[in-house]
Write a protein that binds this ligand. Structure first.
Ligand SMILES: C[S@@+](CC[C@H](N)C(=O)[O-])C[C@H]1O[C@@H](n2cnc3c(N)ncnc32)[C@H](O)[C@@H]1O
Length: 348
């Protein structure tokens, strides 16, 4: 078993153990922290880096409890740790790699004095096949200090979030789209709907996450629907035949019979960036009523919204047909947001 440290969208602490149990059976969680999890797993690097719920994953080389004042002592301990290069090699392919050491104090990058950094670089280079290259490294070590009073010395396994540069305006980050889909308890029999799909980040993520029966991705913007149809052409052939991108208004989804859909996962407009025909609260009320209609009894709705009293009241109360099962307060691009998991009540 190897100890790993993976980061995720802050606020999803209660969901991550469920997702890890589903995607990495055999993993044993050591500690769930704010936005990160420490877990042991018999998995290799490739399995860990393919977990789409995480922003970044690291192999844990050493940990130590203490306060920030203990930084120098922790670095000196690392610099005299003769086991370190061997531990590092276990996680790297053969060959010579340039590396750098990044230091973070409670999520802020801070410089390490040369008097501490150079001995540590020397130790890491000795016998490991690595050499310091602060400018263009292939390998990164992270020395984290967390406010829980924990130092972690880590080897980064994931590269810079690859999708980030390619995100369209307003497109959700893939890890968030993934966790929203996970919240809907994916099942191979799912008829899945995103009625406000935009670029399609949620339904495309659902398509690659797990088997399903049908996926419907809908938006009123014809340009976005057209662009999504192009992206669907990149899916595997069988997935292309079961993924439908359509121009439909979420307030009137006449194409669906009552109770046809199993899961709705969506990110409706927040009314902050785009011009809407009506107040967001009214749009929510109408769209939620349509979601209740098209969902089967006990069907699930996962709804992402700005943390806003009026909008949240609509989600919680306007539709009597739902039970609020879970709520997660999260941050989306620095903005406060809430994710609701609602279950349609069974017929009485
Ligand atoms: C917050 S964006 C969705 C972003 C999407 N999750 C993504 O990652 O790209 C909301 C989307 O709702 C669409 N929209 C606005 N009003 C709508 C309505 N009445 N019915 C369906 N879609 C609507 C907008 O065109 C926009 O693409």
């Amino acid at each position: 078993m190897t100890l790993y440290y993976s980061t995720f969208v802050s606020g999803f602490q209660d969901l991550i153990p469920r997702v890890l149990a589903r995607r990495l059976p055999g993993a044993v969680i050591r500690q769930v922290l704010d936005g990160a999890v420490l877990y042991e797993a018999p998995a290799d690097r490739q399995m860990i880096t393919s977990l789409r719920c995480f922003n970044n994953s690291f192999a844990v080389l050493r940990t130590q409890a203490g306060s920030w004042d203990g930084l120098s002592q922790f670095v000196r301990t690392l610099s005299s740790d003769a086991e370190l290069p061997r531990l590092v090699r276990e996680h790297l392919s053969s060959g010579r790699h340039g590396f750098r050491v990044v230091v973070s104090r409670e999520n802020q990058l801070v410089p390490l004095p040369e008097s501490l950094l150079q001995p540590l670089e020397k130790r890491l280079a000795r016998g490991s096949g690595l050499y310091p290259n602060r400018g263009r490294p292939q390998v990164e070590f992270w020395l984290l200090f967390r406010r829980e009073g924990l130092f972690l010395f880590l080897l980064r396994l994931t590269r810079q979030a690859a999708g980030e540069a390619r995100l369209e305006p307003g497109e959700l980050r893939p890890e968030l789209a993934n966790l929203l889909c996970e919240l809907s308890d994916p099942d191979a029999t799912d008829v899945f709907l995103d009625p406000f799909c935009g670029s399609g980040s949620i339904p495309l993520e659902r398509a690659s996450l797990a088997p399903y029966r049908l996926i419907f991705a809908q938006d009123t913007d014809p340009g976005r629907v057209k662009a999504l149809r192009q992206r669907v052409k990149g899916l595997r052939k069988p997935a292309q035949r079961t993924f439908f991108a359509k121009q439909v208004d979420a307030r009137s989804m006449e194409g669906f019979d009552d109770g046809f859909v199993d899961k709705v996962v969506t990110d409706p407009p927040w009314g902050l960036y785009e011009a809407l025909e009506e107040r967001p609260a009214d749009l929510y009320r109408e769209a939620l009523a349509e979601c209740v209609r098209v969902l089967r009894p006990n069907g699930l709705l996962v709804w992402l919204t700005a943390r806003d009293d009026e909008l949240e009241a609509v989600v919680k109360e306007a539709v009597e047909g739902f039970v609020v099962e879970e709520r997660y307060p999260i941050l989306v691009s620095g903005r406060k947001a809430s994710v609701y998991r609602l279950r349609k009540r069974p017929h009485e």
